[in-house]
Write a protein that binds this ligand. Structure first.
Ligand code: NAD
Length: 319
């Protein structure tokens, strides 16, 4: 696959939020054809149009180019479709259910070519376990796209205990060709790479509120107006190098004993959950959310991501 084995046919199995947007990612190359397989008739094109509207209104994708990209995507609800039999690359994006994912890959293995590469978009589940019932486990790998998949560049390519080097390398290459920032997670570790760090931060954020050090709004502001600003430009390990590993070491020796190291969700979080304070879903979590505020939060995030994308395209064009 990639330069050595040309990729032509992509199958996305699962027509939900992630599946639709991943299909759009693979429409970027005129040579590739993408089939989305869902269990019932759904208007994936309406979903893609809505998700991509800000890209078109900002001129990041021209209207003509967008229609050409849509014409490279086809929907089927038939697992016996040619798009399944001829797939070079399969990306599963069905609901987060281990039994369901295992069953679907067994069905696909009976129908797909024996050299097709299988990928799972699971956010947390082990690719070793998902692929455990398959015959050809070496050509199975995790591909963790982030939501919204057409706007967030990262895809974590997660090796299982059986993924071959060739499979991981081929998938990395295809994702890069599709315009994604592919990173390799060398071990099947829970949380892969980015979610381990994200939830380490969330654990401490909840702990700060629980300990009465600051309220929830202040915690978010402290991130947003400080190291959150640096992060897109300077990763934590680059930052450690910048300030010096000697200094990093002495900060860690002083502060680590004061940080949360709980192996369980925080008592504050579980109490809020038990009392039905679920955040957006119930209108109140760490803070109150009106419908307008919820809509604005979603819209602002999308606008920010589109702006970041526009900026990175301009930067690449200048280089
Ligand atoms: N939503 C996110 O933020 C996010 C981010 C990264 C990864 N993921 C992962 O992507 C996967 C899909 O998540 P989503 O957010 O698109 O969920 P979703 O609920 O929007 O979509 C899941 C789809 O799976 C389909 N499905 C369920 N059973 C099926 C079956 N037997 N055959 C065919 N299709 C079936 C459903 O009809 C639905 O269309 C999950 O593994 C999830 O963990 C989600």
């Amino acid at each position: 696959m990639g330069k050595n084995i040309p990729l032509k046919n992509v199958l996305i199995y699962g027509a939900g939020m992630m599946g639709k947007n991943i299909a759009f990612v693979f429409s970027s190359n005129p040579v590739w054809r993408t089939v989305v397989c869902g269990r019932r008739e759904v208007d994936i094109f309406g979903g893609i149009r809505a998700a991509c509207a800000p890209l078109i209104s900002r001129g990041i994708i021209g209207a003509g180019e967008f229609e050409r990209r849509l014409s490279r995507i086809r929907f089927t609800k038939d697992i016996e479709d040619d798009g399944v039999r001829n797939a070079d690359l399969v990306i599963e994006a069905v609901s987060e259910d281990m039994g369901l994912k295992q069953e679907i890959f067994e069905k696909l293995e009976r129908r797909c070519r024996s050299d097709a590469i299988f990928c799972t978009n699971s956010s947390v589940m082990s690719p070793s376990e998902i692929s455990s019932k398959l015959k050809y486990r070496s050509r199975f790998v995790g591909t963790h796209f982030w939501n919204p998949a057409h706007l967030i560049p990262l895809v974590e390519v997660v090796k299982s205990d059986a993924t071959s080097e060739e499979t991981a390398a081929a998938v990395m290459e295809v994702l890069i060709e599709a315009g994604k920032k592919a990173v390799l997670c060398k071990k099947d570790a829970p949380g892969f790479i980015a979610n381990r760090m994200q939830h380490a931060l969330w654990r401490e954020a909840v702990y700060i509120v629980e300990q009465g050090i600051a309220d929830a709004k202040t915690v978010d502001e402290a991130v947003r107006y400080s190291f959150g600003l640096r992060l897109p430009q300077l990763g934590p390990l680059e930052n450690a190098d910048m300030v010096g590993l000697d200094m990093t070491c002495s900060i860690h020796s002083y502060i680590f004993k004061h940080l949360c190291d709980s192996k369980e969700p925080s008592p504050l979080l579980t109490t809020l959950r038990n009392e039905g304070w679920l955040g957006f879903k119930s209108g109140e979590g760490f803070q109150k959310w009106t419908d307008e505020e919820k809509n604005a939060a979603g819209a602002n995030l999308n606008e920010y991501l589109v702006n970041m994308l526009a900026l990175s395209i301009t930067k690449t064009a200048r280089q």
